[in-house]
Design a protein around this ligand. Structure first.
Ligand code: C2E
Ligand code: CA
Ligand code: CA
Length: 662
């Protein structure tokens, strides 16, 4: 069924109303006609009966002519009566006044019905009533017949007038009623519905309360639905653009905003800065205090960042403990320094968490658009690189991205690749540097030093790759390879004059992170005389997890492998290690040998040799380059030396030649 507009509906209702009003009018009209009839009938009846009575009474003594004035009067007074004819015994008209009808008009008496039946008839259809009287004039009876004619024109007029009046009244009433109905409908139904439709379509400018209950309830439901929709929309938006923990922008919306800033920057030649922020040692906090506590810290950091930045700066959390602040609209780099400094100060302020005072710091890296990158990826990457530089330089600080930093990072990345590649393709080689007995000047031992032989770049020295291999843990497989290689060299030399040469390898602190280090050493060295195998360690190995690592070192020692303390004298608490760790050898760092001619260093070396003697430790002087240095060492009874004076680290073949010449 097709739907109907309210307008058409109201018009139909009004038409229906007019129809029903017409019906009502018709019945009302019939009613009033009936009541007119009744009133006129009653008056006519009483007038006619009065006349009859009057005639009856007076015609006994009087002649008809003497009483005509009464009848004339009656015709004049009662407008319903058009005419009265009185007939005598012989049906001759004895009275016919000439009042409203031309004289001589004869009415057939047969048409008239007796007045006694007047109530059964109505004046609209019957136009003549009659009665008869009997009197005596002397002794002879005298009959009179009266015919009373009705003025049907008068009655018609009367009815017509009544009808006109009623019709007018009804028409006016219907008209007024229709207008009022229309206005009410328009005001209370049509306009509110229009407003609702508008509201439903645009879901804004909610209309005010409506008078009609049902429409009002629709308005209310609509506004509730819109409110709910809006809330859901907001929640959905937040979910997709905000980080649920901190409420800050997430990575996705950060990228979106940065893209927008870049296109604005291209247009308006604007600059903006990206501040990449990473909490220092957050992993330790998370591990030791639990994730819930970690979350609280992240929340605290988020709030601090929001407080320390301006309204139009963008603060976002990339995930974990990484945050990015975008500083737009700055005049010069001093402003960035100011903000970074403020962030640093605010972040490192102690704060209370779970009734415990806590301090956490952050390292920051800053990249500037367009100088440090023209796209989001590069900018974020470079800010991240600068952040790492800031970590390297001691954390709790900020660092601008520079070309130098960039170059170093690129080199590091490329070196990581080279290391992975070298491990797969066997590009590592061990070089051996002699350790010489100072008294006999004979080569008694050697230190295995790793080299990366790159097919393109040639020999790469360890300072270029060891720290990187430590960073990405590839020092663990590399270290394993070094042990294997050194052991295999010892085995090769077993049947040669070099059979008594002791071989040292260097063990990095990171290798202790390998839980299987001890087992690996045990397995790899099982086929050799372990007294010919030595491990050099620096103090730094024991900076972390002292007790655990000390236990491993003691277990290595128990295998029969000797231990050397490398770079001795460069650390801080060198002497305290000597009593805790079962070292066999002290290697005096090259820095002291370089300065052996100064009185202080010679005294120091002398003192070390004295202590070593007491502790029954062997002493090796590192980095001996001149005969003078050797002479001085000989004078203070140093046992061995290692250095370019004898030889640089060389491949096994050359080492063998060196040994046979020696
Ligand atoms: P280190 O253990 O102190 O090794 C001694 C370094 O001093 C070697 O440098 C050696 O070539 C150098 N050297 C020896 N005598 C002289 C001298 O008379 N003059 C000068 N100027 N230098 C001399 P290299 O081989 O470049 O190794 C540097 C460092 O790299 C080593 O210091 C060690 O810490 C690390 N390293 C080398 N090979 C390995 C390895 O196989 N494993 C581990 N974990 N670290 C290694
Ligand atoms: Ca060494
Ligand atoms: Ca050394």
């Amino acid at each position: 069924m097709s739907s109907l507009s309210i307008k058409s509906f109201v018009i139909i209702v009004i038409l229906f109303l007019v129809c029903s009003e017409s019906l009502i009018f018709y019945s009302f009209f019939q009613d009033s006609k009936r009541s007119i009839n009744e009133i006129l009938t009653n008056s006519l009846q009483s007038d006619v009966l009065n006349l009859k009575h009057y005639m009856q009474k007076n015609l006994k003594q009087k002649d008809i002519n003497e009483i005509v004035s009464h009848m004339d009067n009656l015709i004049v007074i009662n407008p319903v009566i058009r005419d009265i004819h009185i007939l005598d015994n012989n049906k001759n008209i004895v009275y016919d006044p000439d009042i409203r009808m031309p004289q001589g008009t004869v009415h057939a008496t047969g048409e008239c019905i007796p007045i006694s039946k007047i109530v059964e008839t109505d004046l609209f259809t019957q136009n003549c009533y009659s009665f008869s009287i009997k009197t005596y004039k002397g002794l002879s009876p005298q009959y009179y017949y009266a015919n009373i004619y009705i003025d049907s024109k008068y009655i018609d007029n009367l009815v017509m007038q009544q009808m006109k009046k009623t019709l007018l009244l009804f028409a006016i009433a219907t008209f007024l009623f229709s207008i009022i109905l229309w206005l009410l409908f328009k005001h209370y139904v049509i306009l509110p519905l229009k407003g609702l439709r508008q509201y439903a379509y645009y879901s804004e400018n909610p209309p005010k309360n409506f008078f009609i209950k049902e429409i009002e309830s629709i308005r209310y439901s609509l506004s509730m639905t819109f409110k709910r929709l809006k809330k859901e929309q907001e929640e959905l938006y937040n979910l997709s653009t905000k980080d649920p923990l901190s409420g800050l922008y997430n990575r996705l919306s950060l990228i979106e905003k940065l893209n927008w800033l870049i296109s604005k920057g291209q247009r308006d030649k604007d600059e903006f800065a990206i501040l990449f922020l990473d909490l220092d040692n957050f992993k330790n906090v998370n591990d030791s205090k639990g994730h819930e506590f970690g979350d609280k810290i992240l929340l605290h950091i988020s709030k601090t960042l929001l407080k320390a930045t301006r309204k139009n700066d963008i603060v976002s959390r990339l995930g974990g403990d990484e945050f990015v602040v975008v500083l737009s609209e700055f005049k010069d780099e001093n402003k960035i320094v100011e903000i970074a400094q403020r962030l640093k100060e605010n972040l490192s302020k102690p704060f209370k968490l779970d009734d415990e005072e806590f301090t956490i710091t952050a390292s920051m890296g800053i990249a500037i658009y367009p100088k440090d990158g023209k796209d989001v990826k590069t900018l974020l990457q470079n800010a991240d690189i600068a952040m790492y530089k800031s970590k390297e330089l001691g954390k709790n600080n900020y660092q601008f991205f520079t070309d130098d930093i960039n170059k170093a990072v690129q080199e590091r990345i490329s070196m990581q690749k080279t290391i992975r590649n070298a491990l797969q393709n066997n590009h590592f080689k061990l070089f051996y540097q002699p350790k010489v007995d100072i008294k006999t000047n004979k080569i008694v031992a050697c230190e295995a030093l790793v080299r990366l032989i790159d097919p393109i770049e040639g020999i790469i020295p360890p300072y270029k790759f060891i720290s990187i291999a430590e960073e990405n843990m590839s020092i663990i497989p590399l270290g394993e390879w070094i042990i294997k290689e050194a052991v295999s060299q010892i085995k090769k030399w077993e049947q040669t004059p070099l059979k008594d040469i002791k071989v040292s390898i260097n063990l990095s602190g990171v290798q202790f992170k390998d839980q299987e280090l001890l087992q690996k050493i045990e397995i790899l060295t099982k086929d050799i005389d372990r007294s010919k195998f030595d491990i050099e360690l620096t103090e730094s190995v024991l900076i972390e997890e002292f007790q655990e690592r000390l236990n491993v070192i003691k277990d290595i020692k128990k295998l029969g492998i000797s231990l050397s303390l490398d770079d001795f004298g460069t650390g801080y608490s060198s002497l305290s290690y000597l009593k805790d760790i079962p070292f066999d050898t002290l290697k005096i760092d090259k820095a002291f040998i370089d300065n052996i001619y100064t009185k202080d260093d010679l005294t120091f070396i002398n003192m070390i040799i004295g202590i070593a003697d007491d502790l029954e430790l062997n002493v090796v002087a590192e980095g001996v380059e001149t005969k003078e240095q050797l002479k001085l060492l000989k004078e203070i009874n140093c046992e061995q030396y290692q250095g370019y004076l004898c030889s640089k680290p060389v491949p096994p073949k050359e080492f063998e030649e060196l040994f046979s010449k020696n």
